[in-house]
Each structure stands twice: as C-alpha cells, then as structure tokens.
Design a protein around this ligand. Structure first.
Ligand code: NDP
Length: 342
C-alpha cells in the first residue's frame, strides 16, 4: 500500500517537501477489524492545523506519520460481523491507499445518499458543519440577511443553500468571478462578492453594505481577515455569528497575535459585540456528532431531490494530494476538494 506522511512541519504556507509519499506494508485485519481499499480521500482546511505542533482542540499529526483525514472505500476483508467485502464505508483512513480500522470506527454508507463522495462533502463532515452551525447558532429567520465567505466550498455552499431554502437573503463572498457565478447560478445565492477585488476591509465593507441594504443578521464566519472586518460594522442588533473557521489566518501565524498583524482592532471588535448585542458562538463539529442523524434526515432528502446542489473538485491519484491541499488553502479548489485514489 501507499501513504503520504508528514515529513516536517511547515513554516507558513505548506510546500511539497513537507510531505512524503512512501510504500508501507499492507495491514492485516485483526479481531473485529476491517481492511478497506480507499477510493476517495477528503481534503479539509483543518488538516493545516494538524501539521503544526501547537495547542489546539486536537493532537497534531506526528512527523513520519500518515496525514490524517476522512475517506471512503470498499471493504476487501472483514473480521467484523457488520461488514462484508464489497461494502462501501467511511472511516478516518488518512492519506493512504488502504486502511485497517476496527468496525466500531467505520460507518457503512447508505446508497440512498448518492455517490460515496457525498459522505466526504455535502452529507459528510463539512455539510454537517454548515447545517449545524447555521441551525444551532445562526438561528435563521425568514427575511433576514446572511453573509458567508468561502461560499462555494462544502461548508459555505451548505450554509447558503439551506438559508435560501429557509427564505433568507444570502450574500456570499468567494475568490474570483467564476466562483461568484457558481454561487449565484448553481447554489442560488442572491449576491456574491469577489474578495480579491477589494484591496482592504474598508472596500470590502462598502461592497457588503451595498449588497446588504438591511444590514447583516447572520455572519457565518469561515475565513476571518478582511471579510470579517468588513462585515462587523454592518451587524444588526441581536445578530448571530456562528464562528466556524478562520482560514485566511491559518498560514499566517497571526492567530496568536492581534487580528490583522497590522493594527490592534480588538477594542473595536469587542465594543461592536457589546453595542450590537451580538451572539458569537465558536464550535468544533466533532463535539456535535450526536446531531448527525438529524442532519442526514433533513439534508439527505433535499440533496436527493436536487434542492441542494453539489460541486466537487477531484484531484487524480494519491500522489496529487499534497499539491491539491496546498492549492485549496489558497482558494484554488472549485468546490469540495477530493482526491480520487483509483
Ligand atoms: P473550502 O472548500 O471552502 O476551502 C477553503 C476556501 O477558503 C478556499 O477555497 C477559499 O475560497 C477560502 N479562502 C482561503 N483563503 C482565504 C482568504 N485569505 N480570504 C477569504 N477566503 C479564503 O473549505 P471548507 O468548506 O471545507 O471549510 C470552510 C471553513 O470552515 C474553513 O475555515 C474550515 O476550517 C472551517 N471548518 C470548521 C469546522 C469546525 O468544526 N468548526 C469543520 C469544517 C470546516 P475562496 O477562493 O472562495 O476565497
């Protein structure tokens, strides 16, 4: 079997040399274990955090260990009575061609949920993240205005599409004209702004103010940086901010410092939260998997009925994973980033 390991910890933006493709012995399933041939791997922004040796909500990947991640594949040998060869399953196999996990760590996929890759995106962890953050902490109400950035990724597109189905005005922020067209034409957003077209938070704010004439009731936070600084002054009284991700800062080393690394905006931010009586709620989706079945029951039929659309970006071959991952962190992905192992 083949796998990709973390060769060293990145300094800022990851580079190809931070990863290594290597051969490894094929695992032998022990008692209660299942051997799987991986077909598709999910690449997700959280993996950037796992590459750093910093205190976080999860342990970092060790040097020379397989890069962590969710994947789907086909059972080829099983010592567990719930799984048999030919079953399609999801598990945390990492960036590898094969994986061996205990049956307790695997989930058999429901064929009514469409292609197996749906379990990595729209009906997997990212789609669940968007749905849960919106419903639980966004508390959407018909007629309100929602802003979400990384609008065409699996989290942002779920947030925007669910909000549209619930009757909100949805304004997306995405990188480039092609992504903005996707957000409006395929995902049905009312408006989408290209963050690359605005030099700073001030310009971003002016564009958002024009797109949100009634102010912003829900800012679903995926990226931070310029978008967040632009949205904050537009928040309506009683607004909600599901705090989901900060991707514009993941490579910048800015998380330990002030908001932009340039000037200290913390007092202004804190004051806005007070004066506008905002509800800001940080969440990590792995704390909430007790709600996953509820999500599938709501979103599964909507996906099957075509009410929620899907966009995937598929990189071919395990060896393509590092470049696809690096590209995704800077917005080069066009939809949910998947690696087809073959
Ligand atoms: P995406 O597929 O949307 O990929 C990341 C996107 O982030 C890029 O395509 C790019 O989109 C955008 N981006 C990157 N850099 C910047 C920047 N400097 N400014 C603005 N946008 C930028 O990822 P996901 O949908 O999987 O994840 C979205 C967010 O949700 C991430 O922050 C992620 O960490 C977070 N998340 C949090 C979870 C939790 O438990 N809290 C769970 C899952 C995800 P574009 O080109 O459009 O700007």
């Amino acid at each position: 079997m083949k796998r990709i390991v973390l060769a060293r910890r990145p300094q800022g933006e990851p580079v190809a040399e931070d990863f290594r493709l290597e051969d490894a012995a094929m695992p032998n399933p022990g008692e209660g274990e299942v051997l799987v041939r991986v077909t598709d791997i999910s690449l997700d922004p959280y993996m950037r955090g796992r590459m750093d040796d910093a205190k976080s909500y999860a342990k970092p990947v060790e040097i020379d260990h397989t890069m962590e991640g969710g994947a789907v594949g086909e059972v080829i040998a099983s010592n567990h009575d719930r799984f048999k060869p030919g079953d399609t399953v999801f598990g945390m196999f990492g960036w590898a061609s094969h994986g061996c996990l205990s049956g307790r760590e695997l989930r058999k996929l429901d064929p009514s949920h469409g292609p197996a890759t749906n379990a990595l995106g729209v009906l997997g962890m990212p789609g669940f993240t968007g749905w849960f953050g919106l419903m639980e902490y966004g508390r959407p109400k018909k007629g309100e205005t929602l802003v979400v950035a990384a609008a065409t990724g699996p989290v942002g597109s779920m947030v925007g599409q669910m909000a549209k189905l619930l009757g909100l005005r949805v304004v997306g922020v995405a990188g480039g004209a092609e992504k903005c067209a996707l957000a409006k034409e395929k995902f049905g957003f009312d408006e989408c702004l290209d963050h690359r077209a605005y030099a700073d938070a001030k310009e971003m704010r002016a564009a958002l103010a024009a797109a949100c004439p009634d102010g912003v009731d829900i800012y679903f936070e995926n990226v931070a940086g310029k978008v967040m600084e632009g949205v904050m002054p537009l928040m309506n009284v009683g607004g909600r901010i599901p705090l989901c991700g900060l991707i514009s800062w993941y490579n910048a080393g800015a998380l330990g410092g002030n908001m932009t690394g340039e000037k200290d905006n913390l007092p202004k931010l804190w004051r806005t939260i007070l004066v506008q009586r905002l509800h800001v709620h940080g969440f990590i989706i792995s704390d909430h998997f007790d709600r996953y079945a509820e999500f599938l029951a709501d979103a599964g039929p909507r996906v099957a009925a075509g009410q929620i659309s899907i966009q995937e970006d598929v990189a071919e071959g395990l060896e393509a994973a590092p470049a696809a991952f690096i590209r995704m962190l800077s917005g080069g992905n066009f939809g949910k980033q998947i690696v087809k192992v073959g």
